[in-house]
Write a protein of this length. Structure first.
Length: 286
């Protein structure tokens, strides 16, 4: 599946411009991380990709054809997990997924439900009422419903928020396996999740694409702009973006980002989180 986005613009009736001339190419198989601060346009972009909204201007092509003419095909090949996904607490996991399979028009709902349960590691909980599940298990039910029908396109909005580290590891492994033969778009604020599993990255800021490409490319852009130093005077922080402050036996050690590092800071290898913060800091002063 190939999705081509050209000059995509979305302005709401209130006058708010959520997207401003977005150009992107998304092609499977891939696991693409979608990053950006609140209000950057991530949710709007995902709603446009699911045909939940129609753009003010620009185009979305699905395998070369306008999305507006491919809506039925899109619905048939789409798995979507919104950030706020309602579950029917009185149903068992199996009953809920069977209901969702019927809504999606799955031909053999029993086979589809069983496959989704096993993929989300929920088969042992299939007879459990949803109200009895943990937060992580409820999230996996959401993932399972998105997998019904073996969709070619998966769009996941903040799927790991509120999960503990062990649950997040389970999800990362699941996302990685799913992306082997389909297109997965993962929107998150958790940089570690993106760094662990995504082979491509899109950063939105104020409705525009600020970066699109491999995570390593973004990290390379921050080379020479990240450093550490032992704090001896609070005035040292002036002009720096402090990303961590660690109390040690020898004093406070700070990690900082700057366009030009001061001489008292020792350069270190940037992480993806460093690079993301550096990119947004640059955009803020332009």
């Amino acid at each position: 599946m190939d999705i081509s986005i050209s000059n995509l613009t979305m302005t709401y009736p209130t006058g708010k411009a959520a997207l401003r001339g977005v150009d992107l190419t998304l092609a499977s198989p891939a696991l693409i991380g979608l990053l950006g601060p609140n209000g950057a346009g991530k949710s709007t972009l995902m709603k446009l990709l699911t045909a939940g909204l129609w753009p003010t201007a620009g185009s979305i092509l699905l395998d070369g054809q306008p999305l507006a003419k491919q809506e039925q095909r899109l619905k048939a090949c789409l798995g979507y997990l919104p950030q706020s996904f309602g579950l029917y607490d009185e149903l068992t996991v199996w009953q809920f997924l069977d209901y969702m399979a019927a809504l999606k028009g799955c031909r053999d709902s029993r086979v589809e439900v069983e496959s989704a349960l096993r993929a989300a590691d929920l088969y042992g909980k299939r007879k459990s009422p949803i109200r009895a599940l943990s937060g992580g298990q409820r999230q996996r039910v959401g993932i399972a419903q998105a997998l019904l029908g073996s969709p070619e396109l998966l769009i996941l909005d903040e799927p790991t928020v509120g999960l503990d580290p062990e649950e997040r590891l389970i999800f990362r492994d699941l996302f990685s396996r799913l992306a082997q033969d389909r297109l997965v778009l993962l929107s998150t604020h958790i940089i570690e999740d993106v760094q662990s599993v995504c082979n491509a990255l899109v950063v939105l800021h104020e409705g525009r694409v600020r970066f699109a490409g491999e995570p390593d490319r973004l990290v390379a852009m921050a080379e020479g702009h990240v450093g550490v130093f032992r704090e001896t005077d609070p005035a040292q922080e002036q002009g720096l973006r402090i990303t961590s402050r660690v109390n040690t036996a020898g004093g406070v050690v700070c990690r900082a980002i700057a366009q030009t590092l001061p001489t008292f800071a020792s350069p270190v290898e940037p992480t993806l989180e460093d690079a993301y913060i550096f990119l947004l800091a640059k955009e803020a002063v332009q």
